[in-house]
Design a binder for this molecule. Structure first.
Ligand code: NAD
Length: 383
């Protein structure tokens, strides 16, 4: 068996996503499994070059995982001939500059979302990457969640008949940081540092809606900063300048209406941190991160509105679980494997910079809608 080593810069590896989802759960997990196998018997072996700002933090991570290739000098790492891929999980504001540098160095690029801070910048990166002939990818991890994979299976099998609507609830309570530390980095709550729930979540909603239900044609959005003051990692209070909740309505090509609430100021009374209810003429489904439950037209009960009587039916019990029927691996890892096969063997990978730019566009137009108090059309993007 031939092993083909591929050098990958992992920038932002000290961060939450860079460390847990990309280094530990994806790239190291791929190495533990022996690499990514290709159809011709070759195996892709990720050689990791950890990049970050803090030498002690990088050294500590490298030592913890038996790695020895790390640097705080991105320019030097990009100049190496044995590096083919640049990966970015830095804070969003640092991304555009670093990706541009990687394009100029002729590296293939994979990145966390959002690709850039505005649509023009994202499109510009997509154009520059195409001109340089490098392959690109943007993380779209939610597509690989078991709950959404089962939902996709239902859609592909025609379970719903005509899909009418999608209702999504995403969110949980993010602590303010005063009497209990916040469970998300404080930059998320400062607009001037690239924070905000629209910028964070709308790129996800874009690819979920587009891949499962149809292209997004318009957005209407109301945002709020429900918690105006928070306390940062070092115990200092700061004004929260970014939106921490977004209430969005999206009209999709084909007529589906999607309504998605995103909030860091909501306490969970759901089975999972995100849930989508899909209603169709023939049946309905509720999909979360892992579970997916259905109710078919033939077994739909007939509730009658009567507030004078207590509920007599256990509505949740009237749904049936969709079986897994396959093993679901970590979604970040599955997408990494697909990207590496794309780079090395030219296998298809639809989640490129143009797809990433469409996600940025939806966030940007969602904010325009909120600011101007109107429904905003989403024009098609092209390079
Ligand atoms: N796919 C997902 O589900 C998902 C979830 C959360 C975050 N993200 C994205 O991942 C990226 C990182 O988010 P995170 O939650 O891991 O953030 P984080 O604050 O935990 O990590 C940020 C990383 O960027 C580095 N960095 C570089 N320059 C910086 C600067 N000037 N200031 C601060 N940090 C700097 C930090 O050292 C750290 O390694 C963001 O772009 C975010 O949108 C994606």
């Amino acid at each position: 068996m031939t092993r083909r080593s591929i050098g990958i810069i992992v920038n932002g590896v000290t961060g939450r996503m860079g460390y847990w989802q990309h280094l530990v759960r994806s790239l190291l997990a791929i190495r533990e499994a022996g690499g990514v196998p290709l159809a011709d018997g070759t195996t892709i072996w990720p050689h990791l070059v950890l990049v970050g700002r803090s030498e002690p933090k990088l050294r500590q991570i490298a030592e913890r995982h038996g790695l020895d290739d790390w640097t705080t000098d991105l320019t030097a790492a990009l100049a190496r001939d044995d590096v083919q891929v640049y990966f970015d999980a830095q804070v969003t504001q640092q991304r555009e500059k670093a990706i541009r540098q990687a394009i100029d160095a002729g590296k293939h690029i994979y990145t966390e979302k959002p690709l850039a801070e505005d649509t023009e910048a994202a499109l510009d990166l997509a154009r520059a990457a195409r001109a340089a002939g490098v392959r690109t990818g943007v993380v779209q991890d939610k597509l690989f969640l078991p709950g959404l994979r089962k939902l996709k299976r239902l859609l592909d099998g025609g379970f719903f008949g005509r899909v009418l609507s999608v209702r999504g609830e995403f969110g949980y309570w993010v602590f303010e940081g005063d009497w209990q530390p916040a469970q998300r980095p404080s930059w998320n709550y400062r607009a001037e540092d690239g924070g905000g729930i629209v910028v964070d979540m709308f790129p996800h909603w874009h690819y979920v809606l587009e891949e499962l239900f149809g292209a997004v044609r318009s957005v209407s959005c109301v945002t709020a900063t429900h918690v105006p003051r928070r306390v940062d990692e070092s115990g200092r209070p700061y004004p929260a300048t970014a939106d921490d909740a977004a209430y969005g309505v999206f009209e999709l090509e084909g007529g589906v209406i999607a309504q998605l609430n995103s909030s860091w100021c909501v306490r969970v009374h759901r089975d999972e941190l995100v849930e989508f209810q899909v209603d169709g003429t023939e049946g309905s489904a509720v999909a979360g991160l892992r579970r997916c439950r259905v109710q078919h037209r033939a077994v739909t009960p007939k509730p009658v509105w009567n507030p004078d009587l207590p509920a007599t039916e256990d509505f949740r019990a009237q749904w049936t679980d969709v079986p897994d029927n396959e093993e679901f691996d970590n979604g970040f890892k599955v997408q990494w494997e697909a990207f590496l096969r794309h780079v090395v063997a030219g296998e298809p990978f639809p989640w490129d910079f143009l797809a990433g730019a469409r996600g940025v566009q939806l966030a940007e137009l969602g904010l325009v809608s909120a600011r101007e108090g109107r429904r905003v059309e989403v024009p098609e993007l092209s390079l």
